[in-house]
Design a protein around this ligand. Structure first.
Ligand code: IVH
Length: 667
């Protein structure tokens, strides 16, 4: 940003830039700047507005940040992981789940089920000390969330002080933050009036409203919180089960969504059918399934957990949402490998919470299977986050034009070929500009070389001007060349060059993935790079590649074709010359690291390991195992019938965990 600009012009340019980044982050999910760069722009704008109060404006991004990057929140490590739920999609699957529950309980121990809606919002854990709200954390990756305490104070129905009697000393409860349809509609109308892009669905809006920096924004968004699960309650509560726990939460002042009970899976199924066919449409918020939970805590304890989810609860998902629309056009974008994926352009239609105007057709066989013609009305399905697809043609347009595969690449005009035995049509030109752009975008992408600032628009300009003809050319770019492009002012050019420089240190696994060798995904690249260094790759035969675990003949011959080819060898040589180190990756979990500095005590009857095995595991991961509990103990892991050690741990405030929880800590 030039220092010579007037403050007004600079503020206006900053606002435009920040809004564009917000759009890329929240709507396109394709940010082009690092979090810290974004924060710096906002800080600069704030400083300007402070120095020149006449520049302040209610629609400035500083007044209403539409979303702040996750890294701007302090991390919160959850005392116990926030798990997810297994999904079932039909009657047979829910019955199979019910059978597994019965099998794992003593004969005749019939469970009572609690049925709740699966709210489509974001998970949040609230912590209270002596009845006062002290912290809110998002679920994050399940282990560590983001501290959103200040914003959560403004989630309308979150009590800041609990109601007695029976206020626990320490309480952590978990639930869902949601936005009611009505509020969502109002917010989006306001967004549109202010000339901003509307939010795609209530969940995104709820998430953006809680995970941004200004509590006043949260306040205006009218979010709601509903308790759905237990975290911690000290001293120990005496609830026999989940429904009593929920009632307890209600008495303390929390909102709990209405739940029903079912005595058998038959009853679960009939409730599900009734909700799906009628009940759900009447709810004021978005839900995507029914959650079925075993009520009794004793039974829950017996059933336990798998690595990711409880065995005593399951989601019974409602069908993916569908809508119909008319196909107006079909486009043929060319991918990185030259494959052409037909995409139907349909009249915009609202489906499963978003407006859809593009629908994938996968390949030309699919078009044939559907019997699709231009002008046909089609049934579209969007299940969860999956790209929408056409399920079937529901109304044929008389005389509608057939859709044929293009004979020429829409981008470079080269002939399009169909490989024997494969469904994909592809552009035959290895120097196709569309392929080059996709290849460069892939190379720079986050899981590959992670070159921030080399997104679609930068790639378009660099490739368009002929400055970059392959990935190695990226490393020859100069500042003067960048400054010659529309997109790059001084600082931006420096940033990109610094990013390119930093990428030279990426390890071989990342480079191998970035090169985009066909069939080589992130995992394969990692497995191969852990076993072969760069020189080995260049010399390897197909058999050598196939000797790597999980590498089959197709992947092996693709790797061989690349590294044995002159083009492949030349490219690698140029990358080396440019200064890429391409070192073999270190094993990420260095033995000993995870439990370093921790002391574990095992007590009670363990069922998953012998005590010796458990202690061995702790030592192998760098921790200490001890026979007695003291204030220095990090964790007491307890099995059935644990006695005095568990009691002592509780007295000393030492963290305790079940065997299952311990198991989940293991890598
Ligand atoms: S119980 C151990 N109940 O769904 C997991 N979760 O896929 C306990 N969710 O992260 C979760 N409504 O955020 C539970 N009534 C409900 C729910 C619910 C929505 C979310 C929750 C969780 C995700 C699991």
């Amino acid at each position: 940003m030039s220092a010579r600009k007037s403050p007004k012009a600079e503020a206006s340019a900053l606002r435009a830039e920040i809004r564009e980044h917000d759009r890329r982050y929240y709507e396109l999910e394709a940010p082009t700047v690092a979090d810290a760069e974004y924060d710096a722009l906002v800080a600069r704008l704030k400083a300007l507005e402070k120095a020149h109060p006449e520049l302040r404006s209610p629609d400035s991004p500083t007044e209403k940040v539409s979303g702040a990057p996750a890294s701007s929140f302090a991390p919160v490590k959850h005392a116990r992981p926030m798990l997810s739920l297994d999904n079932t999609y039909n009657e047979a699957e829910i019955r199979a789940w019910g059978d597994r529950v019965l099998k794992n309980l003593p004969p005749g121990d019939q469970p009572l089920y609690i049925l709740e809606q699966k709210l489509d919002g974001l998970s949040c854990a609230l912590t209270y000390e002596k009845g006062r709200f002290v912290r809110a954390a998002t679920r994050g990756d399940g282990e560590t969330g983001e501290d959103v305490t200040e914003n959560a104070r403004f989630v309308g129905n979150v009590p800041l002080e609990l109601k007695g009697p029976g206020i626990p000393e320490a309480l952590e409860i978990r639930g869902e933050v949601v936005l009611f349809f009505e509020d969502f509609k109002t917010i989006n109308e306001e967004e549109q009036r202010a000339g901003r892009e509307p939010f795609v669905n209530p969940r995104n809006c709820a998430s953006g409203s809680l995970r941004q920096k200004d509590p006043q924004v949260t306040k205006r968004r009218h979010l709601k919180f509903f308790v759905h699960s237990y975290g911690d309650w000290k001293p120990d509560h005496a609830f026999p089960g989940h429904s009593a726990f929920l009632e307890g939460c209600r008495r303390l002042g929390f909102s709990v969504e209405p739940f029903t009970k079912a005595g058998s899976i038959d009853e679960v199924v009939s409730s599900y059918n009734a909700f799906r066919d009628e009940g759900v449409a009447k709810l004021p918020y978005a839900v995507d399934g029914l959650v079925v939970k075993v009520d009794s805590f004793a039974q829950q304890k017996r059933l336990g957990f798998t690595a990711k989810s409880p065995r005593w609860a399951v989601a019974f998902k409602y069908p993916a949402q569908q809508a119909t629309s008319v196909v107006r056009d079909v486009e043929f974008p060319v991918g990185r490998t030259g494959a052409i994926t037909p995409v139907a352009k349909v009249e915009p239609v609202f489906c499963a919470g978003v407006t859809i105007s593009s629908v994938t057709l996968h390949n030309f066989e699919e078009i044939e299977r559907l019997g699709l013609h231009l002008g046909d009305r089609v049934l579209i399905e969007r299940a969860g986050e999956v790209i929408p697809k056409v399920v079937k043609v529901v109304e044929r347009k008389k005389g509608g034009r057939a859709i044929a595969a293009p004979s020429k690449c829409p981008d470079c005009g080269s002939p399009v070929v169909k490989e024997e035995g494969l469904v994909a049509y592809r552009c035959d030109n290895v120097s196709c500009p569309a392929q080059l752009r996709r290849t460069l975008e892939h190379f720079a992408s986050r899981p590959a070389m992670d070159i921030v600032g080399l997104g679609d628009s930068a790639v378009d300009q660099l490739a368009g001007k002929g400055l970059v003809k392959d990935v190695a050319d990226i490393y020859g770019l100069t500042k003067d060349q960048l400054l010659g492009l529309e997109l790059f002012a001084d600082k931006k050019a420096d940033n990109l060059l610094a990013q390119i420089e930093a990428s030279k240190a990426k390890t071989l696994d990342r480079v191998l993935f970035a090169l985009g060798v066909r069939h080589v995904g992130e995992k394969t690249a990692e497995t191969v790079a852990e076993r072969m260094d760069l020189d080995a790759l260049l010399k390897a035969t197909t058999e050598d590649f196939q000797a790597v675990p999980d590498v089959g003949p197709v992947v092996a011959s693709s790797l061989h074709a690349f590294f044995a080819s002159k083009a492949g060898k030349d490219l690698v040589a140029r990358l080396r010359k440019a200064g890429l180190t391409m070192a073999k990756p270190e094993r990420v979990i260095a033995a000993g690291a995870p439990f370093a500095g921790m002391t574990f005590v095992f007590t009670g009857a363990l069922t998953k390991f012998t005590r010796d095995e458990a202690e061995e595991k702790v030592k192998a991961l760098g921790g200490k195992a001890s026979g007695s509990v003291s204030a220095k103990t990090t964790y007491v892991v307890y099995g059935e019938d644990a006695g005095s050690k568990l009691k002592k741990a509780n007295e000393l405030g030492v963290k305790t965990m079940t065997e299952e929880e311990f198991q989940r800590m293991l890598p």
